[in-house]
Design a protein around this ligand. Structure first.
Ligand SMILES: Nc1nc2c(ncn2[C@@H]2O[C@H](COP(=O)(O)OP(=O)(O)OP(=O)(O)O)[C@@H](O)[C@H]2O)c(=O)[nH]1
Length: 601
């Protein structure tokens, strides 16, 4: 068992692209005594396994052994944290298994929105924090300026900050030394006490089954031990205990302060609730750990197969994705317009995009995705509260007293030049500015915004108005009442349920007009005139008409060249693949997506 004073459990927190993964790889290489070539081979090895198994191995945690300058050998457990705002919850649970963090900031870029969000989380978990200025090899690096920024904005002392280049290897030893010297070991505890461990994460592995990542607080976990998860109350026999070095390696036991994995014939990932306390079945610890609230999906959308025959394949694919991602939810939905599909819940927009892309790529499915929607709370006149996940299910307004919608606090950092465009964007999205400060040449602005204004294309718009220089982060701040109405879209007088959405009353007309104008260009002409209308209740607020087609497309072939005519028809058939039939009208998939993108300019 490892001497507890020689253990350091830490995370690396950083803004995207500031070099977290590169530094982690470097730490593995240096402590494992690997050359660059060996490192590459090892990484490639892992990728091959991933390909073979057709799953993604989660790089959850790595155990490093480091011989420090004081001559002692230390065990460093590096816990991985996802960098994106949608997964803030996962960041939190990894942080709670550690005593300290390395804060990586790109010395050529400086502090960004997610630097702040992530470091504040680490501070909330009472972490010791070592600031590391990365990329000092770059000519544009200005470590002194960025240190001053870290002091000003975050309030961290940077007199002992480490300067390094994860890419070239300069300063990486210094990073390891400061982990050992400046981060605290876990609180000393009794290896013979009843087991008290925290379930940090769980995933499905084709060979090992459900793998549980845990951190031991007290006691020891051993192979063959009968354990119990205190919240779910289920008990299991431990088949295997191990650590990631980074390859999974079996060990006899894992003691206090240490991090490892076990397998125990757990059937489903959903049975291993993150944050649950793992203890001995016969000799349970007295008090369970505080635990976590499960991550709640905040963005919902419908996902339908283009070809109804793919429905079963889609259901299987969703089941497989869900195996490793308990935060993704789905349930069957039927739409008058789109047929059978699923209503799916996600942690955020990026999560939605990742799942959608995996379904299309890995499972080769053609899908139609409906407008993303947030969860509204409807306060009904009879006193009941309804959670509305799908605007198509909106009850008659006569029965609704009021509607509450989720709001967020957004933090945006941007070079001064783009500030004007960003303020306008937030203002147009019903934002309320709460702060505007300067950090050198960069402005930091805070807004309160309704989440439903952010789920459409806020990121895209932010990127385009700032030419990619602005960074963005947000957190939920609860529900607020909103004057919201359901807007329906009618094509050829039939409502297309998949296009209905809740909008703020003041924006309804503008948005309705935009939608019908777009649809007019996106829906191909038919043999008859097609009205496209936006309506609130029975009231039409915008209307366009798609003129009838003048001629048959094949007419110009004069019937002479049969093969040419067939080719043309084939081409049309292919184009139809991603079309859906609505009454007598066909609507292409692009129309759904494009109709929902708003243009504020
Ligand atoms: N010049 C230079 N480039 C670096 C250094 N460290 C990382 N990079 C580069 O910066 C880019 C981003 O690095 P990553 O390690 O992928 O960044 P990350 O923070 O892990 O990003 P995510 O995985 O997207 O969260 C890559 O192109 C790296 O090669 C460095 O010290 N110097």
């Amino acid at each position: 068992m490892t001497n507890q004073s020689k253990i350091r459990n830490f995370s690396i927190v950083a803004h995207i692209d500031h070099g977290k993964s590169t530094l982690a790889d470097r730490l593995i290489a240096v402590t494992g005594g690997l050359t660059d070539r060996e490192m590459r081979e090892q990484v490639l090895d892992n990728m091959d396994i991933e390909k073979e198994r057709g799953i993604t191995i989660k790089a959850q945690t790595v155990r490093l052994e480091y011989k420090a300058k004081d001559g002692e050998i230390y065990i460093l457990n590096l816990m991985d944290t996802p960098g994106h705002v949608d997964f803030a919850y996962e960041v939190s649970r990894s942080l709670s298994a550690c005593e300290g963090s390395i804060l990586v900031v790109d010395a050529s870029q400086g502090v960004e929105a997610q630097t702040l969000a992530n470091v504040y989380q680490a501070i909330d978990h009472d972490h010791e924090i070592v600031p590391v200025l990365n990329k000092i090899d770059l000519p544009a690096a200005d470590a002194e300026r960025v240190k001053a920024q870290i002091e000003d904005v975050i309030g961290l002392d940077t007199s002992d900050a480490v300067e390094c280049s994860a890419k070239s290897g300069i300063g990486v030893e210094d990073v390891l030394e400061s982990i050992v010297r400046r981060l605290p070991p876990p609180a000393e505890s009794d290896p013979d006490a009843p087991l008290k461990g925290m379930l940090v994460d769980a995933w499905y592995d084709t060979y090992m089954g459900v793998v549980v990542l845990f951190r031991v607080m007290e006691g020891t976990i051993k192979k063959g031990m009968r354990i119990r998860t205190m919240n779910t109350g289920a008990s299991y026999t431990v088949d295997k205990v191990g650590v990631f070095k980074p390859k999974p390696t079996d060990v006899a036991s894992v003691g206090p302060g240490e991090v490892g994995f076990f397998t125990a014939s757990i059937k489903e990932v959903a049975d291993a609730a993150v944050g649950d306390t793992v203890t001995e079945d016969k000799r349970p610890t007295e008090k369970a750990l505080p635990g976590f609230k499960p991550a709640q999906p905040v963005v919902f959308c419908g996902i339908f197969p283009v070809d109804a025959a793919d429905f079963d394949d889609l259901r299987d694919a969703m089941g497989r994705l869900r195996l490793n991602d308990a935060s993704f939810s789905y349930e069957m939905e039927t739409s008058a317009a789109l047929g059978f599909g699923f209503r799916c819940g996600f942690l955020g927009l990026l999560h939605l995009e990742i799942i959608q892309e995996r379904l299309e790529r890995e499972f080769d499915l053609d899908l139609i995705t409906t407008a993303p929607s947030v969860v509204y709370t409807l306060n009904m006149r009879d006193g009941e509260d309804i959670q509305l996940h799908n605007p198509a299910d909106m009850p008659d307004v006569m029965h609704i007293e009021s509607i509450q919608e989720p709001w967020i606090k957004a933090t945006i950092m941007t070079p001064d030049d783009y500030l004007g465009g960003i303020l306008k964007l937030c203002q147009d999205r019903r934002g309320i500015q709460t702060a505007l400060t300067y950090v050198g040449q960069r402005a930091m602005v805070e807004y309160e915004l309704p989440l439903n204004e952010v789920v459409f294309d806020f990121y895209d718009r932010l990127k385009s108005v700032s030419k990619g220089y602005a960074s963005f982060d947000y957190q939920g701040i609860g529900l607020r009442e909103g004057d919201l109405v359901k807007m329906s879209i009618l094509v050829n007088d039939d409502p297309v349920d998949a296009l209905s959405m809740l909008v703020h009353r003041n924006n309804a007309e503008g948005r309705g007009r935009q939608m019908v104008e777009r649809l007019k260009d996106l829906i191909p002409r038919h043999m008859f005139k097609i009205p496209v209308q936006a309506a609130i209740g029975g009231r039409i607020i915008a209307r366009e008409t798609i003129a009838a087609m003048r001629k048959d497309v094949t007419a110009k072939c004069y019937g002479g060249d049969a093969s040419r005519k067939r080719k043309l028809l084939d081409k049309q058939k292919k184009g139809k693949k991603r079309m859906r039939q609505f009454g007598k009208v066909e609507i292409p998939q692009e129309a759904f997506i494009a109709a929902l993108k708003m243009d504020d300019s």
